[in-house]
Structures are given as structure tokens and as C-alpha cells.
Design a protein around this ligand. Structure first.
Ligand SMILES: [Zn+2]
Length: 590
């Protein structure tokens, strides 16, 4: 790897074989106790962890304290590393707390009414967060600040006053599931807490570790024979390109009580260098859709639209997710009924047993459904991120512009969909997952990624920049709807899908901030990011010219074709709509 080259950390989870699961869990349990004792002992010195002289957290810990249950230097070093990471994270949170402390005020709490319970005033919290809005962050720290404000409000709701210090409201954070990072500087063979060897050619790795036995006595010897873990293809590819970091042993605890140990392989792969901002010629803008997951389009720096609208439609995905959630609800009510039946009998009564047996099966089924639900969300996030990067590549866009996570613009969207789970795509899980995927994938692909203020992007004409309404449908006499699917500007006559308008507007903001950055590279205080009100650029026309060199001609607009794309993990497909032919879409996706 070249000096100065940026890298992207990636992590892959390998489940340990059943034969060593019990030993690995005993090791994790023993380590967890030491880690928790260490964090508790150092909690009063939290501020010390706000500053770091070394990248290794364990050095900071071992300088202050020794192990509560020593089993070799290297084992303690691993435990100290984890304790140090927790304390460093908490120290950072405490620093953020000092930012929100002056903003805490009673207006954030809604007093108890005649009917309503006391609660949080979301509007006041949002306003306070807006004050803190960091112009150049993607919302990651905004999420953190919000969680701190919420935690402070919960403190108020239970105790009647705001916390004065961070430690007032934050209990000592103890690990509930085991995690043991193998300390980073031990090297593959030297570590005495574990032995680890990677055989990339043989597509496998070997692990041995020490652990306490069933009686809690630490064994002097290693797990024998060495555990052989096969490496999946993507991991082998990453290993060939990247640099291996020390792995982490981790416990996975499922809601039904099942526990198992995994080894996280950590790899640092080189990221593609970012193009010079001066060289960026095209910007891909995308937005969360009302009826589609994502809508994207590509602009040049003059605001000309080069691509047709591209919609990523999730097809039957919503329905399948809703089905799974309903199934989970049904299982939960069965669990409640069974518990009631079981509790008719005293503890120790044999008649409890049939219910107990069924409960185990039901809980396992609930855990399985949750896994399926989350895996689908993650697959979708990966698919959407891959599609955006692919489209940026096809149209030669070096900057991807999207709506900031913290804008919360998508609150209350999804009207028209049925049922209780219509907001699934607005929930922070899927949005957060997509941002996370997009961030590291852009980093790996050498694409600029920029977050835009979303305010006004769905209710501004992309052609003339004047405020515009959205309507229930394209008909001229359609009623105005705040979440309507069609945007029509009566000032200039432009009309189109609202999601498309929003994607153009977000791309325009991306272009405006790029142009602005280029003009202000030497200024010490960067100018404020453009908003829909301050940007001085509109989208003049649709040219389609960007397509000419890279893709076959598109069919007439309005004649939408569908391409089917199969995604690993779920056998059903996602449908992509665009003005490109099916053949082209399949080529793009394959
Ligand atoms: Zn207009």
C-alpha cells in the first residue's frame, strides 16, 4: 500500500465450528467480566480518555490499572483494548454532552396534561439540533447529539430535572455480550492470547485460543487441533488487495437466548483516490422516493439534465417485509398466550413443561424472522448503493449528492401505502444502512459524496426555481397534496414526478456547492452550503447528451421498460424502471 493512500476498513464475520463454540463462549464470558470490571474501575477517570497519545487504547488502560483476573499479559492486553475503546467512546460522548448541555431547557418537555402523559417536545428538540447543525457533516454526529438530548429528556421525565453532568445520566456502560479484540500489534503468530494464521491461497485461516474449562480453570494449552475456517470468495478477493488487521472474537446473542461465537476478520483495503474537485464535470443527485425507494438523475455543471429519471422500485419488497412483521406479531401474541397458560401452574409443576417446550420453538422462529427481515433491509441498502455507484459510473458523474440523513424530511412520507409498516423505508435502520453502504462504497470507488439540505427540494420547480405544489396525479385539475406524486409549476409550466424533481433539485444543490467550493478554496471560513433559496442555478433542459457515448439510444420517454435484478439472500426480484431498454438494464446490473 502506498504511503498516504487512504484506506477503508471492512469486516467479515465467520462463525466458529460447533466443536469449539462452548470454549469460545467461556473465553468471552471470562473476558467480559474483566472488561466490565476495568471500565467500572476507570469510570471516574473518564476525562483522561478524551485525549489520546497513542492509537492503542490498551496502552492508556494498562498505564492506569492492572487486570482484575490476570491470565497472561496478552490476554489482559486484549481485554484492556476493549475497555479502553469503550471509555474513549464514552469520553467522546461526554464531550458532545457539553455541547448540548447549554441547550437543555424545559421547553423540550411537554408537561403532563389531563389526558396525555408528560413527554418530549419533538419540535423544540429539532430546533435545538438545528442550532448545532454542523455544515459539513453527514448527520452522523447529529444522530449522536439527538440521542444525548433524548437521554437527557428521559432523565428529566423520571427525575424532574435535567442532568448537570454526563455521569449523572449515564450509568457505567457494561458489556452485555462478549467481545474480545485481539490486540492489534501482536502480529499473526506472536500473540499468546490466540494463534492465528491466514492461508489466502488455500482460501482458509487457522485459529487456536486459550480458554477456561467447564470449572472455570484456565487451560495452559491451546484449542487442538487448530480450528480451520474456510474463507468466502469476497473475503479472499479483499485480502488479496488489502491489508489484514488483527481479528476480533465476538459473541452473537439472539433474542431467543441462543448464543454463538464468531470471528470478525478485519481488513483494510486501499480506497481509490478521489478525483480533483476541479475535474468533476457531472453530478448524480438522488432522493428518497414517495413510491420508489430511490430516484436519481445526472446533471452537468450548467444544470443540464443528462440522464432520464432512474427509479429504483422495490416491487414486492414492502409487501414481503410487512408480511414478515405481521408474522412476528402473531408469534409474539402466541408467546404471550403460552406464557399465561404456563404460569397457571407453580414453578416446578410438570404441567408447565409442554408450554415451555413450545415457547423455545416460538422464540427461535421469532429470531429467524427478525434475521430475515434485517437481512432483507441490508440487502436492499447494498443494492441501492451499488445501483447509485453504477449509475454514477455509467454517466461519468464523480460526485454523488443526496439528502442529509439528519434532515428528517422523509417524516410522514409513504401515504398511499397500506398498513402499519408503510414507514419501514423511512425508519432510521434502512436509511442509515444505505448511507453507511454508500459512504464506504464511494470511498472504495473514488467518488465524492456530498450531503445536501433537503429543505424545499420536493416543493420547488427544478426548471425555474420558484415554489411549486405537488398534486395527487398529473391531471391539470388534480387536488393539491403535500405528499403528492406529481409536481407542477404554474409559473413556467414544468411538471414531472415529484421524486424526479427532488432528485434534480438535490443534484442542483450538489452542483452549486461544488462550484462554490471551487471559488472559495483559499478562504479560511468556508461559505454556508447552498440551500434551495440561496442556490443560483436551475435545471435548464433535458439533453440526454451524456448518454450518447456510453449507452445505446434510449427509447421514447414515457415508454418505460422493466429490468429484473436478482439479489442474493432473497429469491424474489427487485424491479428497476427507467427509460433504458431491458437489455441495457440487465447489462448494467449483471
Ligand atoms: Zn417553474
Amino acid at each position: 500500500m502506498r504511503v498516504g493512500q487512504t484506506v477503508q476498513p471492512l469486516s467479515y464475520e465467520l462463525r466458529l465450528p460447533d466443536a469449539v463454540q462452548a470454549a469460545a463462549l467461556r473465553l468471552l464470558d471470562a473476558s467480559r467480566e474483566v472488561i466490565n470490571a476495568t471500565v467500572a474501575a476507570l469510570w471516574e477517570r473518564l476525562d483522561d480518555f478524551g485525549e489520546r497519545e497513542t492509537k492503542y487504547a490498551y496502552k492508556q488502560v494498562t498505564a492506569l490499572i492492572g487486570s482484575s483476573d490476570p491470565h497472561g499479559d496478552r490476554q489482559w492486553r486484549c481485554e484492556a483494548e476493549q475497555a479502553g475503546r469503550i471509555l474513549r467512546g464514552q469520553a467522546r460522548r461526554k464531550q458532545h454532552f457539553s455541547q448540548i448541555l447549554p441547550l437543555l431547557e424545559q421547553g423540550m418537555i411537554l408537561p403532563k396534561g389531563e389526558r396525555a402523559r408528560a413527554g418530549k417536545n419533538r419540535t423544540a428538540i429539532k430546533a435545538a439540533l438545528a442550532c448545532l447543525r454542523d455544515e459539513h457533516s453527514d448527520g452522523g454526529s447529529a444522530v449522536e447529539l439527538q440521542s444525548l438530548i433524548e437521554q437527557a429528556c428521559n432523565f428529566y421525565l423520571s427525575l424532574g430535572c435535567f442532568p448537570e453532568t454526563y455521569e449523572d445520566m449515564q450509568a457505567v456502560p457494561l458489556l452485555k455480550v462478549g467481545i474480545l479484540p485481539y490486540a492489534a500489534d501482536d502480529g499473526g503468530l506472536a500473540g499468546q492470547a490466540y494463534r492465528f494464521r491466514m492461508d489466502v491461497q488455500g482460501r482458509c485461516c487457522y485459529l487456536a485460543f486459550r480458554s477456561p474449562d467447564e470449572q472455570g480453570v484456565w487451560k495452559a494449552s491451546w484449542t487442538e487441533p487448530q480450528i480451520r475456517l474456510p474463507l468466502p470468495d469476497p473475503v479472499v478477493q479483499r485480502l488479496q488487495a488489502g491489508e489484514r488487521l488483527a481479528p476480533t472474537l465476538r459473541e452473537v446473542a439472539e433474542p431467543d437466548g441462543t448464543r454463538y461465537a464468531v470471528l470478525d476478520l478485519n481488513i483494510e483495503v486501499p480506497a481509490a483516490p478521489l478525483p480533483d474537485p476541479q475535474q468533476v464535470q457531472r453530478v448524480l443527485g438522488w432522493d428518497w422516493g414517495v413510491r420508489t425507494l430511490v430516484t436519481a438523475t445526472v446533471l452537468d455543471l450548467s444544470g443540464n439534465r443528462l440522464s432520464p429519471p432512474l427509479f429504483l422500485d422495490t416491487g414486492g419488497f414492502d409487501g414481503r417485509q410487512a408480511h414478515t412483521r405481521r408474522h412476528i406479531d402473531r408469534l409474539k401474541s402466541k408467546v404471550a398466550n403460552l406464557k399465561a397458560r404456563r404460569d397457571q401452574f407453580a414453578v416446578g409443576d410438570k404441567r408447565r413443561e409442554p408450554s415451555e417446550r413450545k415457547l423455545v420453538i416460538l422464540r427461535r422462529e421469532i429470531a429467524r424472522c427478525w434475521r430475515k427481515y434485517e437481512a432483507r433491509n441490508n440487502d436492499l441498502a447494498h443494492l441501492a448503493a451499488n445501483m447509485l455507484i453504477l449509475l454514477a459510473g455509467v454517466w461519468g458523474a464523480d460526485l454523488i449528492a443526496g439528502e442529509s440523513l439528519k434532515s428528517m424530511k422523509s417524516d410522514g412520507r409513504g401515504r398511499g401505502a397500506k398498513g402499519r409498516w408503510v414507514h419501514w423505508r423511512n425508519n432510521s435502520q434502512i436509511r442509515g444502512a444505505l448511507w453507511k453502504c454508500l459512504r464506504y462504497k464511494c470511498h472504495l470507488s473514488g467518488l465524492h459524496l456530498a450531503w445536501q439540505h433537503a429543505s424545499g427540494t420536493t416543493h420547488t420547480c427544478p426548471h425555474c426555481g420558484k415554489p411549486a405544489n405537488t398534486y395527487a396525479c398529473p391531471a391539470l385539475d388534480a387536488p393539491v397534496r403535500d405528499a403528492g406524486a406529481w409536481l407542477r409549476c404554474f409559473a413556467c409550466g414544468w411538471n414531472g414526478a415529484r421524486d424526479y424533481a427532488a432528485a434534480i433539485n438535490i443534484a442542483l444543490l450538489g452542483v452549486a456547492s461544488l462550484v462554490q467550493d471551487m471559488a472559495h478554496t483559499v478562504q479560511r471560513n468556508p461559505p454556508k452550503r447552498p440551500t434551495m433559496i440561496t442556490k443560483n442555478l436551475n435545471s435548464e433542459s433535458y439533453t440526454g447528451s451524456g448518454l450518447a457515448l456510453r449507452l445505446p439510444p434510449t427509447p421514447l420517454r414515457g415508454c418505460l421498460e422493466r429490468g429484473k435484478l436478482f439479489v442474493n439472500g432473497w429469491s424474489k426480484s427487485v424491479t428497476l424502471h427507467s427509460a433504458l431498454s431491458q437489455e441495457t438494464m440487465l447489462r448494467l446490473c449483471g
